[in-house]
Structure formats: C-alpha cells, structure tokens
Ligand binder design. Structure first.
Ligand code: 28F
Length: 647
C-alpha cells in the first residue's frame, strides 16, 4: 500500500481508486497490450482519443501533441475542458474522477461515441497510473484549474490557479521507466496514427511537434487536417499507384443510428488494399463491416455487368475476388456497443453492421456506375481480366502439382537440412550460385538449408498473379518453403500448414544489387505471403561490411561506427595505419568466415522483418516497386543524403 495522502482520511472510494491504479501497475499489459514500444505509444492514443471524442461531440477543433525534450508527452485540445465541479457520488472534483478512476471517462454525451485507441478506451486513468508524473490543466468557465499526480495518485486536490479566456484540456505525462521497457517516443509512429485520425475524423486539426532537437538542432512539426476525410485517405494510399479511374467513390451516411463512411477507388495493380475502422480502431482482422462492404461490391458490380450485357462475351464465371484486384478502400463505422472478436480483438462481430454497410455502399456504388458508364466499363473489364488471370493461376498450380519439380517436388538446387522439425530449421535464400556454394559448405547441415537464387527475381508489384507463380525462381521459393497459395474458399490465402522452415533468412551481398534483391523478395512476401512476415518467420542476414586488421588483431565490422572504433583503438585514430578489407559480396568470404560472421546462431546478427503499419507498408512497396516513377524519384531525392556511396 502507498503512504497516506497528508491530512485526509481514506474513503471506500479512495481505496477503490488505489486498488484500481495498483491493478494497472501490477498488470499493465492487460490494460495497454504490452510494456514495450506499442504500449508506450498507446498511452498517447488514449489521451488523444479523449480529445477526439470532444471533437466528435462538436466542441473541439484543434488538438496539439508535443513530444517534450524529456520524452514526456503533452496533449492539448480546445474543447470545453473536463468538468471540475464536485462529483456528488465520489465527493471529489469530476476532473479528479476522470483522471484517477478506471474507465471513468467513457461516453461523455449520450449522443456521441467513445472512440478508443488500440485497446478500446481503457481511459486516461490508466495512462496516469503508468506515468511517474502527470499534470492536467483545465480552462473552463473563465478559470484555469490544475492537478498533478504521481503514478496516478493525486498530489493535491484540484486547485484554481488563475483566469482564462479560452476553454480546453491539457495533459502532460511522463511514462514510468520502471514499467516500460521502451520510453523513447518515435515521431513517425505517432505521426502515422495522427494522420489516420485526421482522415477518419474530417475537419479536426491535429498537430505533432517534436521538441527533441535533431543533430542539426532542428525540431520537427507536422499538421494533419483533412476536410474530405476518407476520400483524401484513399487518395493518399493510392498516390503512388497508376489510377484505373479518376474518381474516389465516397459515401458518408448514417443508417439506423450507425454512421458509415466508405471511400474506394481502383488502380491498375493486382493488389487489394482495404483498411477498416470501428470507432477509429483499426480493425486489422476485419469483421462484419468488411463483409458487408465486399458483399455490396460483388453484388453491385455483378448486377451492373449482367444488366449492361458486359459479361456475355467474356463467357467466364467471375468470383468475389475478381472485384478486389486493384481495389483501394477505407471503411469507417461508428458503433455504440462494438463487439470485438479475433486473436487481437480487432475483428468486428456486430451482425447488424454488415447489412448497414452493404446497403450504404450498394446505393452509392450503383449511383456511381449509372452516372459513369465509361468508368464502369473500365472496372468491369478489369474484373474480367482478373477472372482470366485467376483461372490461369489455378491451371498453373494444378500443372505444378501434377509435375513436381524433382524428387519429392523440391527444387533441384535446394540443399536441404537433415532435421525434419520446421521449428528447428532455417532456409537461407542466397544471392547467386557462388555464394550459394560457399553457404552450403559453411552451414550446419543439421538445421540449415540453402536455396541459391539466380540473380533478380520477378518484381511482383508489376506482374499479374498467374505470372508470379509461373516464374521459376518464385516457384522454387514457395516450393522449398512447402507453402501453397490458394484454397477453395480463397485463391489468395496462404496455406502454411506444411511450412518446412520457421526461419527464412534472406542473405545477399552488402551492395546495391543485394539490397535490390532483398526488396524484390520482400515485395513477393508482402504481396503474396504476408502471413509469413506477420508470424515473424522472415529475416535478413547481416554479413559484415569490413574486416579490419592491425598486426595480429582482426575484427569484423558491420558498420562505419565499428570500423572507426577499431581504427581509434588499434590505429591511434589513423585509418592509414590499419588494413581494411571492404566486403562487397558474400563471395569474398570463405565458408568459415561466412559461417562465423553471418550464419552461426551463436554470433550472427539477424534482422527480423515486421510490418509496422500496413497502410505505410503498402504505400512504400507501391512507391518503390510500382509503375509510377514520380513518387519513387521524389523518395530518392528526399533520401539521397542517407545513401552510403560505395567508394
Ligand atoms: C488532452 C486530453 O481529455 N479532453 C476532454 C472533455 C470534455 C468533457 C468531458 C473530457 C463528465 C464526467 C465524464 C465537458 N463539458 N483531452 C481531454 N474533454 N471529458 S476529456 O466530460 C467527462 C464526462 O465524466 C465535457 C461537458 N461535457 C463533457
């Protein structure tokens, strides 16, 4: 138990509050998901969501988020200000109740929806409990009030400290470093979520300022604001893609008391990008709002194609998937009592929502197709093309199954390992036969398999699905992995039941070509085997860049800093004195060197591939690998200073 507040007796409520805060501090992950980087950033989203609620209620227009120099966070809004009057039941200021009683925030006004961050509105009191210090300032009724806390416990009663001609709430908090394993905020992570929130809640101005000066002493600031909401969100998502139609089809309506907003368009790629939200929560596992959307898409397009006789000549059966190639869409619904399901509680279960979304999208899409016959024809033609490609891909798979590559259907050039338990096994995808040969000699054949890749693999970002699976290098990869694409229900689903290795390690030269091959392989995995990445099976090997030698002392270095440290230590700071071998390619190492530096689990470094933010990843792959040149050129110009030019 913590020390008594001076001069006050404990009431049942105080004890209840303390027990609540203690519970949060004892099991923080239960309340905010984890105590690492994600949980740290969730703290910000919890506070921001209260400002968003105030904006949805119509009383707040501006939200300012600041990362302070000490890695504390300040969030300020120009809403009404949290009420400070005495809470009749709790015998304390309403402000103190909101800030210290678990789940005390909740619905502010019956008419609005409590949106919530990633973990469904645990409330600002949780953030308070997990912060070594927190301060709240409320301007309301011409006065300014403050209260401060330590680990959620008030240090004094709410006090009036002055006058103010504005209204609003300002919260500053410093996460407890004894609880969080990560306490340094990432600007980009916050920026992505605040950008999404500005699209999801049209009209709100959200600013992000980083007061931690960078190397040049500059501070960063971004303003996020969207008047047309999801329409602009889809334009942003598709900005690196070749548009199939010039319009974003947009509907924002309310059915049976459920606000529904959907924006969608088509591009010339073969990928489907659908982001869905419930009360601003990114429902990455989908749910009834997504099934309703898809049902509307399939029915409306199929009906239009049939009525306009566009399918007669095609003479093929089109399926639901065919309508999704090249589709980019964002679905956002606000549900008063959302039921979340799924592994990460990000799948919407409310059955009634499916019909609501289907009706809203069906009406909007029907109107668009009727009013835009030219674009409708373009969309249906693409659907027919997708259907033909799907049928060709199915034939390619059936052919492949009937004529296995060699022996047990494994690629001839795969040097397999002895262990048959996938959990112990690793597959190295190695650039080139020479490095592949060295890797075969250097590896531990018990649990390490080698698949040499002959140079660049197909850029799947620009290829149709069936072309992807006709490419020999790609077929070698997924055949060696033991995965198959497509199930009777979903031709794009990845079947990983027979995955043969739990670590898939991309090992390429530490040069521009090697990076390009890394990117091509990652594009294939992201577009066609995303679950491999999501389950953490994909890694990138890190061969050393240098071998530094001074007399009898030799050390491998993986970056410039390590090289400089060796020079400082053994060469008196002079590079001339020290012998430096720059490894341009894996082929320059013999099998022992490759083993001890890059393959030996005891000494190697592996970078695990993860998808931080799906929308960002999708945009990045389209921009880097897609047809549109302008966004790629812009990216290269913006990042040229980071490119290490090989001498
Ligand atoms: C920086 C974080 O938390 N802003 C908030 C409000 C406004 C009201 C409110 C919040 C009453 C007792 C439930 C004001 N006037 N920013 C924020 N702005 N909470 S949180 O009310 C809380 C309810 O508990 C508010 C009239 N109605 C509501």
């Amino acid at each position: 138990m913590s020390e008594e507040k001076k001069g006050s007796s404990y009431t049942a409520d105080n004890i209840q509050v303390l027990e609540g805060l203690e519970a949060v501090r004892k099991r923080p992950a239960m309340y905010i998901g984890d105590i690492g980087e994600r949980g740290l950033h969730h703290l910000v989203y919890e506070v921001v969501d209260n400002s968003i609620d105030e904006a949805l209620a119509g009383f707040c227009k501006n939200i300012e988020v600041t990362i302070n120099e000490d890695n504390s966070i300040t969030v300020q809004d120009d809403g009404r200000g949290i009420p400070v009057d005495m809470h009749e039941k709790e015998k304390r200021s309403a402000l103190e109740v909101v800030m210290t009683v678990l789940h005390a925030g909740g619905k502010f006004d019956k008419g609005t929806y409590k949106v919530s961050g990633g973990l469904h509105g645990v409330g600002v009191s949780c953030v308070n409990a997990l912060s070594v210090k927190m301060m709240v300032e409320v301007c309301r009724g011409g006065k300014r009030y403050v209260q401060e806390y330590s680990c959620g416990k008030p240090l004094y009663d709410v006090k009036e400290v002055g006058e103010s001609d504005r209204t609003g709430t300002k919260v500053t908090f410093l996460p407890d470093s004894s609880i969080f394993t990560e306490i340094v905020y990432k600007y980009e992570t916050l920026a992505r979520r605040l950008r999404d929130l500005s699209y999801l809640n049209a009209g709100i101005h959200i600013s992000l300022t980083d007061n931690r000066p960078d190397e040049e002493g500059n501070i960063r600031k971004d303003l996020f604001h969207s008047e047309s909401g999801l329409k602009e969100f889809v334009e942003f998502l598709d900005s690196a893609k070749d548009h199939l139609i010039p319009d974003v089809i947009h509907v924002s309506t309310e059915k049976y008391g459920t606000p529904v907003e959907v924006a969608m368009t088509y591009n010339t790629s073969y990928n489907e990008v659908v982001h869905s939200y419930v009360n601003n929560i990114n429902t990455i596992e989908g749910g009834t709002h997504v099934t309703g959307f898809r049902a509307a898409l399939t029915r409306t397009l199929k009906k239009y194609a049939d009525d306009s006789k566009l399918l007669e000549k095609a003479k093929i059966e089109i399926s639901g998937d065919d309508f999704r190639e090249g589709l980019t869409a964002v679905i956002s619904v606000k549900v008063a009592e959302p039921q979340f399901e799924g592994q990460t509680k990000t799948k919407l279960g409310n059955d009634e929502v499916s019909g609501i979304v289907q009706q809203a999208v069906g009406e909007a899409l029907t109107n668009y197709l009727e009013e835009h016959p030219k674009e409708a024809r373009i969309i249906v033609d693409k659907v027919i093309l997708a259907a033909r490609a799907r049928i060709a891909a199915r034939k390619a798979r059936e052919t492949q199954r009937k004529s296995p590559m060699s022996g047990a259907g494994l690629p001839g050039k795969l040097a397999d390992c002895q262990d048959r338990n996938p959990e112990n096994c690793e597959l190295f995808l190695v650039e080139g036969d020479s490095a592949g040969g060295t890797a075969k000699q250097g590896r531990n054949g018990k649990f390490q398999a080698i698949l040499p890749l002959r140079g660049k693999i197909l850029n799947v970002e620009k290829a149709m699905q069936h072309k992807v699976f006709e490419s020999e290098e790609i077929r070698n990869i997924y055949t060696a992995l033991g995965v198959s694409i497509g199930t009777p229900e979903d031709p794009k689903a990845l079947n990983m039941e027979k995955l043969r290795y739990h670590k898939i390690i991309i090992m390429t030269d530490a040069d521009v070509d090697g990076s390009h091959i890394d990117t091509l392989i990652l594009t294939f995995f992201f577009r066609h085997m995303r679950e491999l990445i999501e389950r953490g099976h994909v890694y990138i090997a890190a061969p050393p860049l240098y071998l530094c030698t001074k007399g009898k002392v030799s050390e491998y270095c993986w970056n410039e800093q390590q090289k400089q440290a060796f020079i400082d230590k053994y060469g008196g700071g002079l590079e001339s004195s020290v012998k430096i071998q720059r490894y341009k390619g894996l082929g320059e190492m013999n099998e022992d060197q490759l083993w001890e530096t890059t393959m030996d689990p005891e000494h190697r470094t592996l970078r695990q591939v993860t998808i931080g933010d799906m929308a960002q990843a999708d945009y990045t792959f389209s921009m880097l690998m897609g047809d549109e040149v302008a966004p790629r050129r812009q990216f290269i110009e913006d990042n040229a200073t980071y490119a290490v030019i090989d001498a």
